[in-house]
Design a protein around this ligand. Structure first.
Ligand SMILES: [Zn+2]
Length: 92
């Protein structure tokens, strides 16, 4: 169980991390971490690989650029469905 205080703290950290050169460089590469397709930096969002609601933290190892479509799927699918989705989009 993750309490709201730590989620808020991690969200604040994410907001700060989005302002860093490190993150801007990742966006500038313009690739979605999940589907590997090219996007404009403005189309990519910061995604927590392990979601904050499951105890994930805002660390450089746990945040990746994701396109809107992957981000939406990840929010809507349960983990096992998400894994299956990843396999289908990463095949080629
Ligand atoms: Zn994607």
């Amino acid at each position: 169980m993750v309490d709201n205080t730590s989620i808020r703290r991690e969200k604040n950290k994410a907001r700060d991390l989005r302002q860093t050169q490190w993150w801007k460089q990742r966006l500038a590469k313009g690739t979605c971490y999940y589907c590997g397709k090219p996007f404009r930096p403005a189309e990519l969002t910061m995604d927590h690989v392990v979601p904050l609601s499951r105890g994930g933290k805002t660390t450089k190892g746990n945040v990746v650029p994701a396109c809107k479509s992957c981000n939406t799927q990840k929010q809507q699918l349960v983990p096992v469905e998400w894994e299956a989705y990843l396999k289908t989009i990463q095949k080629d």
